[in-house]
Design a protein around this ligand. Structure first.
Ligand code: NAD
Ligand code: TYD
Length: 353
């Protein structure tokens, strides 16, 4: 058996690929465009593993995807590929429209062509799982109930609008064509292999480099944090047991204001790798201009996933954030290569060595 993963060289995709190959005997085909966010160094431990087939390419390349589907006959496609950073979407929304909307549309069409031609048992067992975000639901006021799966879509950034559009396409391909889809909408992830443009890895990396820790606005925006390995286990759970056409919210009931996250990172670094001058890393916190249209609060109600499929996160925020800080301290080379851009040479190194 084989699965096709898209975007498996990114943060969540790479964690998913590593976990999947450690737990299953199946072949995994990993299709990734290797944008700035794609990092094959994250998958270095898979070198020589015949069950990991890396393919450099775009989900929007219909002839490539059609050929891969025909060649590998996957039982499932799991779509992580996306442009994912809100700040980048504000500066340049074009790529977000191209990959998240047009790319998802093209992928759905390639998969539909493959799926429609499958013989009966393979056709009914096939799954297309679309990995999405809680940001499609918009922003909550402090007293509002957490997002359930029936919350209206009110996306506010080019990123969240493009993901919302992709979710609608996936839904429509099920209702119109019968494609057996599943969608997950997850809260903010954190953990190993996270590109240091996002809040938690940026704070760790900047703190260690003696740089300012930029907190947007008043730092009181609330996000709901989930350790990345728990997101991966939720995706495996939905893939195996989710009801066709359904969406499942994924979250760990861990709402925290940004400033608390930053202070927690500083406290852990103070304990694990104190500054030479003995001053807390918290001294480096610097309040900066807010992000335009900054969503105030996200919170996920994950009861459907918990009650229907029995999923539970394995980590609390306290255990997960400690593991994360420890991982960054133990992997300075990965961080240095991301910062210098050397990780982008990995493709040639990996395949010529
Ligand atoms: P990421 O930016 O770290 O990785 C995205 C990956 O997709 C990269 O490897 C990139 O090279 C690849 N990619 C981009 N465009 C592509 C294309 N056209 N064809 C093939 N590959 C392409 O993102 P991430 O944080 O790992 O997020 C993965 C998915 O999970 C995204 O769909 C995102 O919307 C969703 N999500 C992320 C979070 C989060 O907190 N990071 C939370 C919920 C949902
Ligand atoms: P981010 O990691 O970009 O995820 P998202 O915008 O998808 O939630 O940001 C998480 C929160 O941290 C968000 O409220 C913006 C804030 N933030 C900062 O305060 N400073 C920063 O340098 C970054 C990157 C984010």
């Amino acid at each position: 058996m084989t699965v096709l993963v898209t975007g498996g060289a990114g943060f969540i995709g790479a964690n998913f690929v590593l976990d999947w190959l450690a737990q299953s005997q199946e072949v995994l085909v990993n299709l990734d465009k290797l944008t700035y966010a794609g990092n094959l160094e994250s998958l270095a431990s898979l070198k020589g593993n015949p069950r990991h087939v890396f393919v450099h390419g775009d989900i929007g390349d219909a002839s490539l995807v059609t050929q891969l589907l025909a060649q590998y006959q996957p039982r499932a496609v799991i779509n992580f590929a996306a442009e994912s950073h809100v700040d980048r979407s504000i500066h340049g929304p074009g790529e977000f429209i191209e990959t998240n909307i047009v790319g998802t549309f093209r992928l759905l069409e390639s998969v539909r062509g493959f799926w429609q031609a499958l013989p009966a048992p393979a056709q009914s067992n096939f799954r297309f799982l679309h990995v999405s975000t809680d940001e499609v639901y918009g922003s909550l006021a402090p007293q509002d109930a957490a997002f359930s799966e029936t919350h209206t879509f009110e996306p506010n950034s080019p990123y969240s609008a493009s993901k919302a559009a992709s979710d609608h396409l996936v839904r429509a391909w099920h209702h119109t064509y019968g494609l057996p889809v599943l969608t997950t909408n997850c809260s903010n992830n954190y953990g190993p292999l996270h590109f240091p443009e996002k809040l938690i890895p940026l704070m760790i990396v900047n703190a260690l480099a003696g740089k300012p820790l930029p907190v947007y606005g008043d730092g009181m925006q609330v996000r709901d944090w989930l350790y990345v390995k728990d997101h991966c286990s939720a995706i495996r759970c939905v893939l195996e047991g989710g009801r066709l056409g359904q969406t499942y919210n994924v979250g760990g009931w861990n709402e925290k204001p940004n400033i608390e996250i930053v202070r927690t990172v500083c406290t852990l670094l103070d304990e694990l790798q104190a500054r030479a001058d003995g001053v807390s890393y918290a001294q480096q916190i610097s309040y900066v201009k807010d992000r335009p249209g900054h969503d105030r609060r996200y919170a996920i109600d994950a009861r459907k996933l918990e009650q229907e499929l029995g999923w539970r996160p394995a980590e609390t925020f306290e255990t997960g954030i400690r593991k994360t800080v420890e991982w960054y301290l133990a992997n300075p080379e990965w961080v240095a290569h991301v910062q210098s851009g050397a990780y982008r040479d990995w493709l040639s190194k990996q395949y010529t060595a």
